[in-house]
Design a binder for this molecule. Sequence first.
Ligand code: MGD
Ligand code: MGD
Ligand code: MO
Length: 762
Amino acid sequence: MDRDEELEISTPHTPSGGWGSVSALSAILRREGNAASTALVLRKQNKHDGFMCASCAWAKPQPPHLFEFCENGAKATAWDLTSERLEPRFFGAHTVTELENWSDHALEQAGRLTEPMKWDEASDRYLPVTWQEAFEGIAKELKAMAPDEAVFYASGRACNEASFLWQLLARLYGTNNLPDSSNMCHESTSVGLAQAIGVPVGTVTLEDFEQTDLIMIFGQNTASNSPRMLHQLDEAARRGVPILVINTLRERGMERFTNPQNPAQMLATPSTRIAARYYQPKPGGDLALLVGLCKQMLEWEEEGEIVDGAGLLDRDFISEHTHGFEEFAHAMRAHDWGEIEQRSGLSRADIGEIAGFYRMSRRTLGLYGMGLTQHREGVANVRMLVSLLLLRGNIGRPGAGICPVRGHSNVQGQRAVWITEKPELAPLDEFARLFGFEPPRNKGMDVTEAAEGVISGKVKAVLQLGGNLTRSLPDHGPLVPAWRKLPLTVMVTTKLNRSHLIHGRQAYLLPCLSRIEIDRQTSGPQLVSIEDSTSGIHPSRGLREPASADLLSEPAIIVGIAKALLPPNPLVPWDEWLADYDRIRDSIAAVFPEWYADYNRRVRQEGGFYRGNKAREREWRTETGKANFLPRKGLQADADMPAPEGSFMLVTVRSNDQFNTTVYGFEDRFRGFRGSREIVMMNPLDMDALGLAAGAGVSLATVADDGVRRALSGLRVVPFDLPRGAVAGYYPECNPLLPLWHRAKESHVPAAKAVPVMIRAE
Ligand SMILES: Nc1nc2c(c(=O)[nH]1)N[C@H]1C(S)=C(S)[C@@H](COP(=O)(O)OP(=O)(O)OC[C@H]3O[C@@H](n4cnc5c(=O)[nH]c(N)nc54)[C@H](O)[C@@H]3O)O[C@H]1N2
Ligand SMILES: Nc1nc2c(c(=O)[nH]1)N[C@H]1C(S)=C(S)[C@@H](COP(=O)(O)OP(=O)(O)OC[C@H]3O[C@@H](n4cnc5c(=O)[nH]c(N)nc54)[C@H](O)[C@@H]3O)O[C@H]1N2
Ligand SMILES: [Mo]
């Protein structure tokens, strides 16, 4: 049950940031206990001599703001610093089956795990084991299977040092099965940007926000999911920079913002309006919209329009730096305006208005999030946004560029240090040379393929460095029973979550330090590093005593498994790496000096260091050696899904009171709901048409012709400002409705922003 009290619906009136979040913050600190000491810890959040927030991946400015954290970062910190402890007697009191009746919220609320545990079949309880027993038990199971039957998942939070060791452990063992949360998130970015501009990451840095004259934000809920970015948006808005928000839901947090750093502003409300203009496409309507914008620019140019004495397109840039323009222009011209309007859900006038802003801008930033990536054509969405930017030379110029807003705090860093199932993205020859082994060369499983492997029985072990896959993945119906049959599940984790209860036949919980805690190794306290959304690499130093003396750091746990599993190899110095993380960074630098040369010195300098980005310098590492215009024929972002008469398109979203599968509470302040997450947001006109009053009970059933029944009942309808024909519900509660095969074609990101459903009154 994901509710704590009766559902309340109100008009959201609190500006994002500002007073609302200050009072929300105090409530969070009280809720988790340790209020005073947590408040002190927060002062060190995202500071050079402190620790990097474990919430979102937004850039860390240098110098930082006085309070370089947001309401949600504070929640993440307080959540880790809770005074609650989940000691062995807790498991003595509850069987695993009994705990399955607890809500996700209650499970994590129970507190920090304190020592390693193993599930005991006879008593259906987790019982303490020693670390050594755990490492040896895991190694014994892994040795009994073929390496490609095991999956080594990572959830985007672990630091670069742990991530590097994790991928090396998997490859030394013999598999490239190294999926990452990125597979459910920005993999459409990694694939699309690499094809288009030759780098898998965004080109924008914080300085670009100071110089830009237009910001477009597609499908990203800044106020809730990367609130520190509101600083940059606020500053830009004050300079008069238009901010165009393109979002299916009218997110109130995107419309108003009071900067909590600026008391004068808080007193002198009304707050800055963040959204200069707000446009609400249909779910997946962005593809048609982006095509429409490109088409409009081409038409205007043909009509001879001139801005500042020059044509609308940056012809010099296009001829010197790009490939495929003519074919692209031809494809755009062939699209029909009527279809563009119908598929995008926006009128020609709206599209013309956005194009008008773009035409007048010399330096445009294109930002985006899950609203673009989590569709069947998520990769095409990303490429089309790049093409729009290329038309006016908006990549590789100050104040301009493409900016995927990443999710987990180190998800970009993890992929960069080679947690990837794609062998071509890892420097395997270097690994072979430096570490004296023959790495596997076959493609590994991404996370949806791993889930299919669990269902089919091909996968025998899932090891998770963080994460909660039985909640975050689609298709819980077939997934959960198959998961319980896995011979081995291993969870490196801080708190209890549902995937610990839905466990394999042999199941281990390995509790680790959080990033906020002091990580002492034989050479002394260690620093770790993480990479933000703008390729800035920052040091992070724990400053609190560990929640329990029996916790190990993530690197220590990985080294423990590695030493029990792998034969000794003098070129792979696990003990030296663990004794001093500088040695891990030396090895990372040796593998790839272009990014990490002099890692230990540079990470310690004020503000960390920038990993560099060739596309930003207009050096294009694509097959054509240029930035690629990639044409597009179809306009449907979720083609191939049936959408019969009377069906709705379900969008799954986050509230500001959760971090992914971690539910902090039941208040979605920016949207005006509290008390329950079992809701379906619906356009009031659709509610009228179906005869549904606010609060009416409904069930949802997925429309798919694969013979599998996917349904969710006990939901309540709430009115919300979103297009007719679309509905929204919360992730992860709605995940049973999402078919595993309904995923982006080239990146396999689950199409969580467009699930066709039928709605029935209950
Ligand atoms: N507080 C908090 N912060 C987080 C997280 C969290 O759960 N809680 N999660 C972290 C992670 S891992 C990630 S990946 C990021 C996710 O952050 P976001 O990228 O913001 O992801 P979502 O909240 O899933 O959805 C973003 C927005 O897309 C809109 N949208 C949905 N479908 C469409 C569409 O078809 N077109 C358009 N234009 N818009 C659409 C939704 O209305 C929503 O406002 O946030 C990170 N930060
Ligand atoms: N329908 C739908 N599904 C989605 C999405 C969506 O928008 N809609 N979003 C997708 C996205 S963008 C993502 S990124 C995935 C996320 O999917 P996951 O990576 O599976 O899930 P998280 O909720 O981020 O992981 C939370 C768990 O990580 C563990 N943890 C927390 N801190 C630490 C730590 O410091 N170390 C370790 N080792 N463990 C820790 C805790 O056990 C916690 O319960 O979900 C995806 N699923
Ligand atoms: Mo994510």
